[in-house]
Design a protein around this ligand. Structure first.
Ligand code: UD1
Ligand code: UDP
Length: 350
């Protein structure tokens, strides 16, 4: 089968890696990179770390404002799909690249497969929530990462198209964690000891787009006694004013490659984040996770007491973090050998 795998943002490259490695053995897979993320550290470095081959088509839509970028994605994807005639279009997650790929394929009547279907935060102020709902409803095949996602799809009348596959990020982690621990020099380079630091990431619009909110958050994290390693997303970097004096315990670093980042996660005392994927990785690595949001799509991690939601506007963030104790055991939320299941379903489409 001729398949388009459409990606554009960092977490999508991480989801693509194991699937692409398997798909290209049996199908004619064409990797399409929209260019949504374009810095070396946010894109090429992740491809290199994960051994993903160069994209076959690069749409070069990086930079510019969101609307320009999105409209360029639509028109360039239409040209690429009309030119190559894929029989299946695979989209991942919930970014603007996901929505663009799904909309164009839907208009051209090409079957769409959505990986990470059925996620909902029920917060329409997140651009990702709209992207997910629309993508799920125009797709022909929905690969759900968890039973919760399957239930949501059933409630929305999409049960017949839905398959419980597990979460593909489990496989990316399983394939790479040992390599990361052997190869990564990041702990040495940053002079860190295991469990003597917390790891922080922030990039959600409501946490970083208003620099008063962002700086208040960081000031509160300054009340923690441990060192905080903070790889700064480009969106967040743009919002921090040069005059802002970050608390002394927080060390800002560039966005990390995947191997260095999972090595940092693996040795951290705890992980503080507003990322979707990092909440899952914290669970998989059995790390306490503090999510600086009022809701999450990954409700199971909270129900199981491995993830604590902390309202980013609350006044006692450090106290809530210090008092959080995880459960001792874990269920199997995200599945295993997910790629094999996904490829099995895809082969059955053929
Ligand atoms: C996007 C996704 C979000 C995902 C995140 C993963 C949407 C709506 N949002 O958010 O769901 O969680 O990626 O990281 O699709 N920028 C750079 N260099 C880069 C990438 C971005 O400077 O390599 C800048 C952009 O120019 C823009 C800002 O960062 O000013 C935000 O980028 P954008 O892709 O719009 O959204 P993200 O916050 O990265
Ligand atoms: N990640 C990375 N380097 C970093 C920060 C994150 O490689 O400096 C990886 C992380 O391991 C996870 C993914 O990026 O697999 C999460 O992406 P992000 O937080 O950008 O987006 P989200 O998951 O929220 O959509």
């Amino acid at each position: 089968m001729k398949i388009f795998s459409i990606v554009g943002a960092r977490p999508q490259f991480i989801k693509l890696a194991p699937l692409s490695a398997a798909l290209q053995k049996q199908h004619q897979e064409i990797i399409v990179h929209t260019g949504q993320h374009y810095d070396y550290a946010m894109s090429q470095k992740i491809f290199e770390d994960l051994g993903i081959r160069e994209p076959d088509i690069h749409l070069e839509t990086g930079g510019g404002n969101q609307t320009t970028q999105f409209t360029q994605m639509l028109s360039r994807l239409e040209t690429a799909m009309t030119d190559k005639n894929p029989e299946l279009v695979i989209v991942f997650g919930d970014t603007n690249s996901t929505l663009a790929g799904a909309l164009v394929a839907a208009k051209l009547n090409i079957p769409i497969l959505h990986i990470e279907a059925g996620l909902r935060s029920y917060n329409r102020a997140m651009p990702e929530e709209i992207n997910r709902i629309v993508t799920d409803h125009v797709s022909k095949y929905l690969f759900a990462p968890t039973p919760t996602a399957i239930n949501i799809l059933q409630k929305e009348g999409l049960g017949d198209k839905s398959f419980l596959t597990g979460d593909i990020m489990v496989d990316t982690m399983a394939n790479n964690i040992r390599i990361a621990l052997q190869k990564s020099a990041v702990l040495n380079n940053l002079k860190l000891e295991t469990a003597d630091y917390s790891l922080l990431t922030l990039h959600r619009n409501y946490n970083v787009d208003d620099n008063t909110v962002l700086e208040n958050l960081l000031n509160q994290l300054g009340n923690l006694s441990e060192k905080i390693i903070f790889p700064v997303h480009p969106r967040t970097r743009k919002m921090l004013s040069p005059a802002y004096k970050i608390p002394l315990n927080i060390q800002m670093i560039e966005p990390q490659g995947y191997l260095d980042f999972i090595a940092l996660e693996h040795s951290a005392k705890r992980i503080i984040t507003d990322s979707g994927g990092i909440q899952k990785e914290a669970y998989i690595l059995k790390k306490p996770c503090i999510t600086l949001r009022t809701e999450t799509e990954w409700v199971e991690t909270v129900e199981e007491k491995w993830n604590l939601l902390v309202n980013p506007t609350s006044k006692n963030i450090a106290e809530q973090i210090i008092n959080f104790k995880t459960a001792s055991g874990q269920q199997d939320i995200f599945g295993i050998n997910v790629t094999v299941k996904m490829v099995g379903f895809i082969n059955a489409i053929n």
